[in-house]
Every structure is written in C-alpha cells, then in structure tokens.
Ligand binder design. Structure first.
Ligand SMILES: Nc1ncnc2c1ncn2[C@@H]1O[C@H](COP(=O)(O)OP(=O)(O)OP(=O)(O)O)[C@@H](O)[C@H]1O
Ligand SMILES: [Mg+2]
Length: 301
C-alpha cells in the first residue's frame, strides 16, 4: 500500500505562546510555535529536553491552554471552547498516551475494564462496550491478557493496553508523549508498528513525541522543536507505512527549515559557523530563491 496523501488540515497551531509563572519567574515554554498536521498523517516531534514538546501536546489535548496564539483541531477552535465542549472533545476527538505506563491505566482495573472505561460516558450499551474492548485488545495483541491488572503486565504490554484505551472512543487524533521512553528497543519498535497499524486501519492522525535518534527513518515526517518553536522538519515520500518500528533507509530524507507565520527562519548554527556569518545579513532575491550573505561593513570615516 502506498502512503496516503494527506490533504485536510487536522491540527493547526499558529503563533502559539505558553508562559508558565513560577513564583515571580516567567518560563516561556512555547514562543510563537506554528505547526500543521494533516488528516491521517503521522508526525513525530523531537527536540531537546525542555524545548516545549510536552507543553504543546498538553495544549493539543485540551489539558492546558496557551497564553497566546490559535489552535484549531479539525476546524474547532480549542481556545474558546466552553468546559462542556472541552469535555466532549476529550471524549470523542482525542486519545492520549503518556510515557509512564502507570499514568495511562487504573491500577485496580483489568485491561478490559481500563479499555471500557472511557466508553462509559458515551451512549454505548454494556455489551457493545465489552465487544469493542475485546476487539481493541485483540488489535493491540493483548487478547490473552484481558483480565490482568496493570501490575501483572510488562511495561510493553501496559503500553499496548494504553493504546487500546486511547482508541476506545475511536478518536480521529492520537497524541502520544514518549510512549516508548520506558521500553527496550525491541518492545519500542513493536509499539511503533502498532501505531502504524492504528494509522492504517483507522486512518487516525498521530502526533508522537520521541527521543528515538532513528525516528526519521521510521516515520513520514519529523518536526524539530527548538526553544519553543518549530524550527525544521525531515520528510520522506512514498512510504509503505507512515510509521513503523523498522528503519527504512531506502527513501531519502528531505530536510527543510521552517518559516514561521511572521517570516522568521532559524538558521542552523553550523551553517553560521562555517560561513562566519554573525549577526547581520542581506537577503537577496534571486529568481525563486533567497540568497543570504554577510552585510558589508560600512567603510570607516
Ligand atoms: N507546569 C509548569 N510550570 C512551570 N514550568 C513548566 C511547567 N511545565 C513545563 N515547564 C517548563 O517549560 C519548558 C518546556 O517544558 P516541556 O515539558 O514542554 O519540555 P519537553 O520538550 O517535553 O522536555 P522533555 O523532553 O524533557 O520531556 C521547560 O523549561 C519546563 O521547565
Ligand atoms: Mg516532555
């Protein structure tokens, strides 16, 4: 199967700021972040610790609101939602998978009960909930552990159940914050394959935060977050699957710098160093390109 061509915008962030106040100190976690994710697309977010990835995911999930900027999910303005609308949004529009397996599951409920729980608030009947929970657990390869509680499962098994929980109400969007962070390489790779299966079977849009250094060979698009802004992205075309645990090095990586909604670009430090360009340049239009060259020093009087 060839990769679906993503077209409609699912997640759109425009000039998003998030400022946390701690005592008298302000921490700017997001500073003018722009991001678009298309329907059925898989995007991996990477970036140094503290660059703002979790802050962004929490905003997209509606758990937190930005200090400024716009966020729309499937055309709905997330910022001006009333509490009742946010609650509906959580229930129907988004599934969340945390890094710590323990945070995804209720410790005293079985796998089946954990998966059925988010469906309690929807209009499904008890037998429908049980059928769907069983179906989801078998999709994530956990049909043999339906009556186990989280403590009786391995870390990878818990994350599988967590993905089934995230899928319970069949949300069109799944947000996963380092879902493989606590897993060994092999299990992590199986979990990424599982996201690939979810994406292909349910056309779910997936945004996944990861520190996997090889992620660019495993997903269609990687967006790099630097100091609270999206700075560059790595893209690959014509993949068999938008996300998989196996590295696919047959398709070339295409890297781009991102231009934000105010026309700003972050030039890579290495480029500045090798060219000796410091703090002032001239941008010159050349046909369809822009050349950036050092500004000439004014002659001394
Ligand atoms: N609730 C909070 N109160 C104050 N500051 C916060 C809060 N949450 C995050 N921050 C700060 O905002 C910045 C971004 O944090 P965030 O958790 O989004 O980073 P991250 O990219 O997810 O990092 P990591 O890869 O380590 O998970 C950090 O400087 C962090 O200290
Ligand atoms: Mg984080």
């Amino acid at each position: 199967m060839s990769t679906m061509k993503p077209q409609n915008e699912h997640v759109v962030c425009t000039d998003v700021f998030k400022i946390f106040k701690v005592a008298d100190l302000e921490v700017v976690a997001l500073r003018g972040l722009d991001l678009t994710v298309y329907q059925s697309e898989v995007v991996a977010l990477v970036g140094a610790s503290g660059s703002g990835k979790s802050t962004l995911l929490n905003i997209l999930a509606g758990y937190d609101s930005p200090s400024a900027g716009q966020v729309t999910i499937d055309g709905k303005d997330l910022i001006n939602m009333k509490p009742s609308e946010i609650e509906k949004f959580h229930r129907e529009e988004v599934g969340f998978v945390w890094q710590e397996a323990s945070r995804n599951l209720f410790p005293y409920l079985t796998s089946l009960e954990n998966v059925a729980l988010p469906m309690l608030l929807s209009t499904t009947s008890e037998s429908e909930r049980k059928d769907r929970s069983e179906h989801l657990l078998s999709m994530v390869g956990m049909e043999h552990r339906t009556n186990h509680i989280p403590d009786q499962l391995s870390g990878g098994e818990q994350q599988r159940v967590a993905i089934a929980v995230g899928m319970a109400n069949d949300p069109p969007l799944i947000l996963a914050d380092e879902p493989t962070g606590e897993l060994d390489d092999r299990t992590a790779s199986e979990i990424l394959d599982l996201f690939g299966k979810v994406n292909q079977e349910s056309k779910t849009t997936i945004v996944i935060v990861t520190h996997d250094p090889d992620i660019a060979y495993k997903v269609g698009r990687v967006v790099v977050i630097k100091d609270g802004k999206t700075s560059s992205e790595i893209y690959r075309r014509d993949l068999d699957s938008q996300i998989s645990g196996e590295m696919d090095k047959t398709k070339p990586l295409e890297e781009s710098l991102l231009i934000d909604s105010n026309g700003r670009v972050q030039l890579p430090r290495e480029l500045l160093q090798t060219t000796g360009i410091t703090n002032k340049v001239k941008a010159i239009a050349e046909n369809a390109s822009i050349r950036i060259q050092p500004s000439e020093e004014l002659p001394a009087e």
